[in-house]
Write a protein that binds this ligand. Structure first.
Ligand SMILES: [Zn+2]
Length: 380
């Protein structure tokens, strides 16, 4: 059976790529519901073609509709998690192939992985493997930029029912490794309010919000500690109305990454205790932990070993990695559900202009995932 999976999938690179092209060309910027829904429909048309299967749809007004498919039956459940929105504004990148690389918006994050997972299920179906557990494939639409505020409850509900959660997010860029650890994320908006004044006539009456904010930025930036893996990124600032006005307000958007939940709590405490130096200015702190850490456990290491050992059999080296980027797998992992991430496409450049996948890995990556599903769900 194992050999059959690989034999069946390894020659399918071009067919898998054809499906990826269809999904990638349906661009789906997170906050454009109309486009995201059109992409969802394209995905559903693949399921109709391959499985004659309709999903349960979770209609949404702000984001695209989420939807989920259920395969097989049984008491226990395996969950596959994937988002189909991308960070890319419409028309920014176009799909193209150069040699072994296919480029496009969201192609590695994570439309390539979604199609790989679809092909893994297709292989199991074509090979006639019965599923002894339910396999639920949940598609959410609000991941990028906003950290899945709307689908989080849905993800957690499905994760709680599952014995394992598999996430076909991109493999690690250099080694094509699976991801056993991901950093947690805190996000904040800091708003300083001072007092405006004419820069020439009454400078002394003003309280400069930008200067106060700059002082806070210096302090929080010094909390970055590469040795412990904690980073504080001030990603956006705005403030002031003109060069000749003492600015009344200034605002900064902050992204903090941490390796452990303990550190997440510590950073949360530090952020909440921030104060402006000038007592006449005020500071508003909005935000908190938006994504827990994905921490490896004995159970997740077992999932990894299954894939690594199968990789050895088919001559494909499978490594494990710890990364800084977040995924929805963290919500499942934080609930104590064994979670394996990075099961999607090999390639590089998520969120970057050179975002691409490696075509010659597609069938093999689908075989790794199909084998894992078979091991978890196919056993008697
Ligand atoms: Zn992603």
């Amino acid at each position: 059976m194992e050999e059959n999976i690989y034999t069946w999938l390894k020659g399918q690179n071009e067919a898998i790529l054809t499906d990826i092209k269809k999904i990638v060309e349906r661009e789906s910027p997170t906050l454009n519901k109309e486009l995201v829904d059109a992409c969802g429909e394209e995905i559903r048309s693949l399921f109709r073609t391959y499985f004659d299967n309709e999903p349960e749809i979770f209609p949404r007004t702000r984001f695209g509709d989420h939807f989920k498919y259920t395969f097989g039956q049984g008491e226990q459940q395996i969950l596959i998690l994937g988002h189909f929105d991308t960070v890319w504004p419409e028309g920014k990148l176009t799909y193209r192939v150069e040699g072994n690389r296919a480029y496009g918006p969201g192609i590695i994050d994570m439309k390539g992985g979604l199609v790989i997972a679809i092909w893994a299920l297709k292989a199991l179906k074509e090979l006639g493997l019965p599923l002894q557990k339910r396999v639920v494939f949940l598609f959410n639409s609000d991941h990028e930029g906003v950290a899945s505020p709307d689908s989080r409850t849905l993800i957690e509900e499905e994760a709680k029912k599952s014995v394992a959660v598999l996430v076909p997010e991109a493999a690690e860029a250099n080694t094509h490794a699976l991801k056993l650890e991901r950093k947690g994320i805190l996000r904040y908006t800091l708003t300083v309010t001072g007092r405006s004044a004419h820069a020439g006539n009454s400078h002394e009456e003003g309280i400069n919000a930008i200067v106060e904010l700059a002082d806070i930025i210096q302090r929080i930036s010094s909390w970055t500690d590469y040795s412990s893996g904690t980073t504080v990124n001030v990603g956006q600032v705005k403030g002031g109305t003109g060069v000749n006005v003492v600015p009344q307000t200034a605002e900064a958007a902050i992204d903090i990454r941490v390796k452990t939940m303990e550190e997440a709590k510590r950073m949360e405490g530090l952020m909440n205790s921030l104060q402006v130096r000038n007592s006449e200015a005020s500071l508003e702190i909005q935000g908190g932990i938006v994504r827990p850490t994905l921490e490896q456990t004995n159970e997740s290491k077992k999932l990894f070993s299954l894939v690594r050992d199968y990789g050895e059999k088919i001559g494909y080296e499978v490594k494990a990695a710890a990364v800084g980027g977040g995924s929805d797998g963290s919500f499942a992992s934080a609930l104590g559900i064994p979670t394996l991430d990075g099961l999607g496409a090999a390639g590089a450049g998520p969120h970057a202009e050179h975002e691409h996948i490696l075509i010659d890995h597609l069938g093999t990556r689908a075989a790794l995932l199909a084998y894992l599903i078979k091991e978890l769900a196919g056993g008697a």
